[in-house]
Design a protein around this ligand. Structure first.
Ligand SMILES: NC(=O)C1=CN([C@@H]2O[C@H](COP(=O)(O)OP(=O)(O)OC[C@H]3O[C@@H](n4cnc5c(N)ncnc54)[C@H](OP(=O)(O)O)[C@@H]3O)[C@@H](O)[C@H]2O)C=CC1
Ligand SMILES: CC1=C(/C=C/C(C)=C/C=C/C(C)=C/C=O)C(C)(C)CCC1
Length: 298
């Protein structure tokens, strides 16, 4: 099994870049891919903010990362992406506390949850996976620009290939399928990344989207079938540490600026679906997202 797993887990971040004096935020860092991403950034000397909805879980992980890496600058802050008030409070406190932000990893995600809504009435997948991170990024964008060169990593999925942005049913009120809702939100991550990259050209801030691979994590918690499959194949699919490699590659590898806006899998650029390449849809999604979140449309 370890050999098969090694064969299937292509893509290792080979960058040797160290991060003393650098500041990073990882959302959903209390478990899975986010935890391993934060651990590696801390190992390289960055001050790392674990942005978690459950602060207690986050504190336990921060202590673990501090012990393993010897880096005491691992901080936990509350961030519930299903509540825009909480996102705004997180950003406000961060901006008051920190002079710089070099790496923003929008990693948190939910998959296949039963139909439910965020505090602001958005369908949970699009609300947390896309709109929550869209708002967070907007609020932190000036700081990222001031700290350039800086990078934004949006953790998407190959599931985006099955996604469609249905503007008439963005909140799943007319039709809802939990698996498709996840795919739509992951497509939104790719479209957001591409539009963001276009708008950030020349600013020194670059953005990348990532498919981490099929990773043994708690992402399957809402689906008994997926949980069962992940458990059955747990020795063959990626570990969270292997799943973190592509996010780390995009955050750390030197000379990636020319690939601004691209989608990565196994630490390499990979192709995205036709809808993901549609600039008109990307611009419209940007405007609709601003509208929903009460942000000025520019
Ligand atoms: N695992 C896989 O095979 C794949 C994963 N991905 C993507 O990778 C990313 C990481 O997932 P993975 O580590 O696998 O999954 P996990 O379920 O293990 O981790 C998800 C993280 O997101 C957090 N989260 C969920 N909802 C919210 C919220 N409302 N506010 C703040 N944080 C929240 C969770 O917090 P809590 O623990 O409190 O629930 C947890 O820390 C996701 O974006 C996922 O879509 C993409 C393709 C494949
Ligand atoms: C069929 C099959 C599998 C299914 C893989 C799937 C369906 C992966 C989907 C992953 C995504 C898209 C996750 C989150 O974004 C396993 C478990 C590898 C085991 C071998 C057989």
């Amino acid at each position: 099994a370890p050999q098969v797993r090694k064969m299937l887990a292509f893509g290792v971040c080979t960058s040797t870049v160290q991060l003393p004096g650098k500041v990073a935020i990882v959302t959903g860092a209390n478990t899975g891919i986010g935890k391993e991403t934060a651990k590696e950034l801390a190992r390289r000397g960055a001050r790392v903010y674990l942005a978690c909805r459950d602060v207690q879980k986050g504190e336990a992980v921060a202590r673990e990362i501090q012990a393993v890496t010897g880096n005491q600058q691992v901080l936990v802050r509350k961030l519930d992406l299903a509540d825009t008030k909480c996102i705004r409070a997180f950003a406000k406190d961060f901006l008051e506390e920190e002079k710089h932000l070099h790496i923003l990893i929008n990693n948190a995600g939910v998959m296949m949850c039963p139909y439910s809504k965020t505090a602001d009435g958005f369908e949970m997948h699009i609300g947390v996976n896309h709109l929550g991170h869209f708002l967070l990024t907007h609020l932190l964008l000036e700081k990222l620009k001031e700290s350039a060169p800086s990078r934004i990593i949006n953790v998407s999925s190959s599931g985006h290939l099955l996604g469609r942005i249905q503007f008439h049913n963005l909140q799943g009120e007319k039709f809802y399928h939990s698996g498709l809702a996840y795919c739509h939100s992951k497509l939104a991550n790719v479209l957001f990344t591409r539009e963001l990259a276009r708008r950030l050209q020349g600013s020194g801030v670059t953005a990348y989207s990532v498919h981490p691979g099929t990773v043994h994590s708690q992402l399957t918690r809402h689906s008994a079938l997926m949980k069962c499959m992940w458990w059955l194949f747990s020795y063959f699919i990626k570990t969270p540490q292997q799943g973190a490699q592509t996010s780390l590659h995009c955050a750390l590898a030197e000379g990636l600026e020319a690939l601004n806006g691209n989608h990565f899998s196994d630490c390499q650029v990979t192709w995205v679906s036709g809808q993901a390449r549609n600039e008109t849809i990307a611009r419209r999604l940007w405007d609709v997202s601003c509208d929903l979140l009460g942000l000025p449309v520019d």
